[in-house]
Design a protein around this ligand. Structure first.
Ligand code: FAD
Ligand code: SF4
Length: 333
């Protein structure tokens, strides 16, 4: 691994001030925050990330889970994934989030992984992680060998001719269905970013994955008060039963009154270049009977714009079945 300076900022303001001297907060960053280290250290060992300075934020006071005055939830940036998944309020009111977290990685990794680190985990595309290969995300302008190469696990929604990488997070998919808000403290002050605006599609700049700028420190995430009577499910389909990333997943937050869907929030994982909220599927279900036929129609709508490559066309039907089945599970919770 390359040489780097390891710094423990005394408070969030000091962390922001030091990080703001970096030239980018995206790929190629020369200053990086480190929390659990389960993404960053792997990539440093592979020379995919080569920051000159590491700012250890794991001991900053950003590790609380608290109710908000409005009845929602405030989740600190350094809250560990295992603590979040097991928190009584999360299990009771945001079950989809608990289920998504517990479907991710392994118990040991979840004990280290943090909320903010999970929001910023990087793609598992094999070319991105291999510095002997070209990759537009790692080295802009070098090309995307995945488009004609090994792309079985890669994205079918929101891709571009420059990058077809999948966002691998489970937690973010649940947060997309819960319409989470990400709170950032930066050199110019604090701001709140809806999760739908936080991650970027690759377009012609796949090296740019989020709206974060140098110095931006995620301090916490908030969730709105739970919708009364909502039913929630996270369903993850993968090559093996545990310790594997999603080939397709679905996060459902749905309210049914009588036999009709009165509110649906739907997001997909494993298939999108970012955590993939589907307003198309939500619109199909709005006000309609909660039937298997309508769940399948919603799934068809969600995947209408899917663009498969040489090895991943199977994901279209897989994702449709995943979504339709998750809706059926939610309807019968
Ligand atoms: C073998 C393996 C299997 C896995 N399987 C899954 C899986 O099935 N599903 C899944 O969802 N995930 C999976 N993961 C990914 C795991 O969830 C992430 O590695 C973890 O959530 C990252 O959190 P961290 O705190 O360790 O991040 P770090 O590695 O510390 O940081 C990651 C990135 O976030 C930045 N960062 C961290 N905190 C902040 C902050 N407060 N503000 C701004 N930037 C910040 C860092 O600078 C870095 O760029 C797996 C990981 C491994 C290694
Ligand atoms: S899909 Fe994206 S991350 Fe993978 S090789 Fe292509 S540009 Fe790189």
């Amino acid at each position: 691994m390359h040489a780097f300076e390891f710094i423990r900022p005394k408070d969030p303001a000091a962390a922001v001030a030091t990080a703001s001297k970096g030239k980018t907060a995206q790929q190629g960053a020369d200053v990086r925050f480190i929390a659990g280290g389960t993404t960053l250290l792997d990539l440093m060992k592979l020379n995919v990330e080569t920051p000159a300075r590491l700012l250890d934020i794991s001991r900053l006071p950003l590790d609380k889970i608290e109710a908000t005055p409005e009845g929602g939830l405030k989740i600190g940036a350094t809250v560990r994934n295992s603590d979040l998944a097991r928190h009584p309020m999360v299990q009771r009111d945001y079950a989809v989030l608990s289920q998504a977290l517990l479907a991710g990685a392994s118990a040991q990794l979840r004990n280290m992984a943090t909320t903010a680190g999970n929001l910023l985990q990087r793609t598992r595309c094999m070319y991105f992680r291999d510095t002997a290969m070209p990759c537009n995300k790692r080295e802009p302008g070098t090309g995307c060998p995945a488009i004609t190469g090994s792309n079985r696990t890669l994205a079918i929604l929101g891709t571009s001719e420059h990058c077809i990488a999948t966002n691998p997070s489970d937690m973010c998919v649940a947060m997309a269905a819960l319409e989470a808000t990400i709170h950032v403290q930066g050199p110019k002050g604090s701001r709140a970013i809806p999760i739908g605006d936080f991650h970027l599609r690759p377009g012609s700049t796949p090296d740019r994955e989020t709206v974060l700028e140098p110095g931006d420190l995620i301090t916490h995430v908030t969730l709105s008060p739970p919708v009364e009577g909502s039913k929630q499910v996270y369903l993850k389909l993968r090559d093996r039963a545990s310790y594997e990333f999603a080939l397709a997943s679905a996060a459902i937050v749905i309210t049914i009154a009588g036999d009709k869907v009165t509110r649906a929030r739907i997001a997909l994982g494993g298939v999108g270049s970012k955590p993939w909220r589907s307003p198309e599927a939500e619109a199909v279900l709005d006000g309609q009977p909660a039937t298997q036929a309508n769940f399948r129609k919603a799934a068809e709508a969600a995947l209408r714009d899917a663009k498969p490559r040489s090895e991943n066309a199977f994901k279209i039907e897989l994702a449709k079945r995943c979504l339709a089945h998750a809706l059926q599970m939610a309807a019968t919770v």
